[in-house]
Design a protein around this ligand. Structure first.
Ligand SMILES: Cc1cc2nc3c(=O)[nH]c(=O)nc-3n(C[C@H](O)[C@H](O)[C@H](O)COP(=O)(O)O)c2cc1C
Length: 250
């Protein structure tokens, strides 16, 4: 009997302790908000953070066409005026692939890169493209996809940063090449800076030739205020803008 009563009291005490622990944990979860469901916490993100999560799978690029390399070389010319017609998402996909797309299972790209260190990033400032909303996107070569980082049309602002060059605001898109020098200088020291500049030439020429092959107009723009461009795109501190390439129908 005594033993039974002792067990009973022991059981009650354990029950009270567990009850207390349960209430304490619940209160802590409520205070720190850890108990929110995923959808509730996503809804409470700022719009900018939600935009940041948007990924767009690009259509597969074509690996052949009726236009020869020689014809593209002959046709390539700096084109600064565009008709204002929309580009297709296929055309954007093709240009990005030409710029930095992958061409081997091991990650090799359309342009050579010193030590295969790939210091370049490509942003697309989308204005007039079918099936792509206006905004700024970062190209991800491995998955051939875009990550939206802003839903603002910054073409006008970018034109200001590019000393008023109207091709920047009139292009259906602007490609912006940036470089993270550190990726190359970590191996090659100061000589790596030269290598990055050589590499952007390769990548930009790929874009120019691909644009020519698709009968699109493009121009390589180097005259702009670096600081202003970095600010407009909110670029990471270790990334420097190198080239703007507006592209549009000609
Ligand atoms: C490094 C570099 C920077 C350039 N910057 C500009 C520029 O800021 N604005 C522009 O309209 N064209 C720019 N261009 C394009 C040249 O003006 C153009 O290539 C040159 O006039 C020759 O004409 P083509 O490209 O039609 O052969 C640049 C070209 C290079 C290679």
């Amino acid at each position: 009997m005594v033993a039974k009563s002792g067990n009973y009291h022991h059981g009650v005490t354990i029950g009270i302790i567990w009850g207390f622990i349960f209430m304490l944990v619940t209160a802590l979860l409520l205070i720190c908000g850890c108990g929110q469901s995923e959808s509730t916490s996503a809804a409470s993100l700022t719009p900018a953070l939600e935009v940041e999560k948007m990924r767009i799978k690009l259509p597969k690029p074509k690996y052949n066409s009726d236009v020869s390399l020689e014809e593209s070389l002959v046709k390539r010319r700096s084109v600064r005026n565009y008709t204002g017609e929309l580009l297709t998402i296929e055309e954007v996909s093709q240009l990005l692939w030409a710029a930095q797309g992958t061409t081997s299972d091991r990650g090799g790209r359309t342009a050579p890169s010193a030590g295969a260190l790939y210091p370049l990033e490509v942003y697309v400032i989308v204005g007039d493209v079918q099936d792509l909303t206006i905004g700024i996107y970062l190209y991800k070569p491995k998955k051939h996809e875009l990550v939206m980082i802003s839903d603002k049309d910054v073409r006008q602002q970018l034109t200001g940063a590019a000393l008023g060059q109207s091709s920047v605001k009139n292009g259906a898109i602007d490609l912006l090449f940036t470089a993270v020098y550190q990726r190359t200088t970590v191996k090659y020291g100061d000589r790596g800076i030269k290598y990055v500049h050589m590499e952007i030439g390769h990548a930009a020429q790929n874009v120019c030739l691909q644009a020519a092959a698709m009968d699109l107009g493009a121009v390589t723009i180097g005259a702009f205020n670096d600081h202003e461009v970095s600010k407009i795109l909110n670029l990471p501190k270790d990334e420097e803008p190198l080239y703007i390439i507006p592209v549009g129908k000609r």
